[in-house]
Design a binder for this molecule. Structure first.
Ligand code: NAD
Ligand code: TYD
Length: 348
């Protein structure tokens, strides 16, 4: 079995690659990633020399290159994670999200269609998507697999569009596919522009914690290694043309999450209780900010037996410990270009 995993040098992709490389010794795992600011081969140092693993630097937007890659490797399956993934960046540059998330996905779908040439036995295109395609919830209710799509940000609109193309290739060309829509992930290797690692980094450096709006926005948080386990399960056991929602049944208002993070950080850094909370600063809200995401993950539990393995408190503690143990990683990824992104975004 030769499996193409795209975006494997990024946050979630690196955990999926490690799980597959360590678990499936007889598979050939190809990691295709063009190493944007969010991709980092440091995330995979421990497994890069494994005989069942190959890294290829390449762009999903380059259709010719993708076709050649498929001719060379004859992939049995694709797990597609490569994407532009940050909502704030999508507000500044929507077209970059259309290119990678929509056109990049279509390039891969075309390559599968051409390479598999109607012989779909044991073939599968697995598209990794987000709960943000469903738009926003009010104070109650949960997203299920049948919730209508209603994306509000350029990021979620691009992911919704790519989901539709995957389904359309299934309907039109019988391409075997499966889609999962997951809630907010947190854990090791996440680029520190997203809420949790950004705030960990800022607490380490005693910098303000920029909470958007009133902080009463709600997200459903899942530990990244639990997501990787779900991806393994869906890739091997999921039913073609089905969607599965993945989430932690773990809703937190941003401000409550930030307070818990501050408390855990004070303990880990031997700081006076309450000192990190003093860094909380309310800043201008994100335009089009979705009020609440929450996943009903009962389908994947009932059909495939998946459940999160850690509580949020445990996962958050592991995450904080990892960032504190990997300060060189953190300094490397936040130096250079990221500094100007940060200043531009938070000073405007
Ligand atoms: P990430 O930004 O950390 O990583 C994305 C990876 O894709 C990087 O390694 C990057 O170099 C690579 N990439 C970007 N553009 C590329 C291109 N044109 N060609 C090849 N590689 C390219 O993202 P992530 O948080 O790991 O998310 C992975 C996937 O999971 C995305 O599709 C995202 O929409 C989805 N997702 C993320 C979350 C979350 O909370 N992070 C939740 C649900 C779904
Ligand atoms: P984020 O990690 O960007 O994920 P997403 O937008 O995909 O949910 O943001 C999580 C929540 O935290 C979201 O409600 C926006 C909020 N947030 C802040 O309050 N301040 C910040 O600096 C960032 C990056 C996010």
């Amino acid at each position: 079995m030769t499996v193409l995993i795209t975006g494997g040098a990024g946050f979630i992709g690196s955990h999926v690659i490690r799980l597959f490389v360590e678990k499936y010794l007889d598979y050939e795992i190809i990691n295709l990633d063009n190493l944007t600011y969010a991709g980092n081969l440091e995330n995979l140092r421990d497994i890069e020399a494994r005989p069942n693993y190959t890294f290829i630097k390449g762009d999903v937007n380059d259709a010719l290159f993708i076709d050649k890659l498929f001719q060379r490797y004859k992939f049995d399956g694709v797990i597609h994670l490569a994407a532009e993934s940050h909502v704030d960046r999508s507000i500044k540059d929507p077209l970059a999200f259309v290119k990678t998330n929509v056109i990049g996905t279509i390039n891969l779908l075309n390559a599968c269609k051409n390479s598999w040439n109607d012989d779909f036995e044991n073939k599968r295109f697995y598209h990794i998507s987000t709960d943000e395609v469903y738009g926003t919830l009010g104070q109650t209710g949960l997203f299920s697999e049948t919730t209508p799509y209603d994306p509000n940000s350029p990021y979620s609109a691009s992911k919704a569009s790519s989901d539709h193309f995957v389904r359309a290739y299934g309907e039109t060309y019988n391409l075997p596919y499966v889609i999962t829509n997951c809630s907010n992930n947190y854990g090791e290797n996440q680029f520190p522009e997203k809420l949790i690692p950004l705030f960990i980094n800022n607490i380490i450096h005693n910098k303000p914690l920029p909470v958007y709006g009133d902080g009463n926005y709600t997200r459903d948080w899942l530990y990244v290694q639990d997501h990787a386990v779900a991806i393994d399960l869906v890739y091997h056991k999921g039913v073609n043309a089905e969607t599965y929602n993945i989430g932690g049944f773990n809703e937190w208002k941003n401000i409550d999450l930030v307070k818990l993070l501050c408390k855990q950080m004070d303990t880990k850094l031997f700081r006076k209780e309450g000192s990190s909370e003093d860094l909380i600063t309310y800043v201008k809200d994100r335009p089009g900010h979705d009020l609440r995401y929450a996943i009903d993950a009962s389908k994947i539990k009932d059909k495939l037996g998946w459940e999160p393995s850690v509580t949020f408190e445990e996962g958050l503690e592991k995450t904080i410990e990892w960032y504190l143990d990997n300060k060189v990683w953190l300094n490397n990824v936040t130096s250079g270009q990221y500094q100007s992104y940060y200043e531009n975004h938070y000073n405007n």
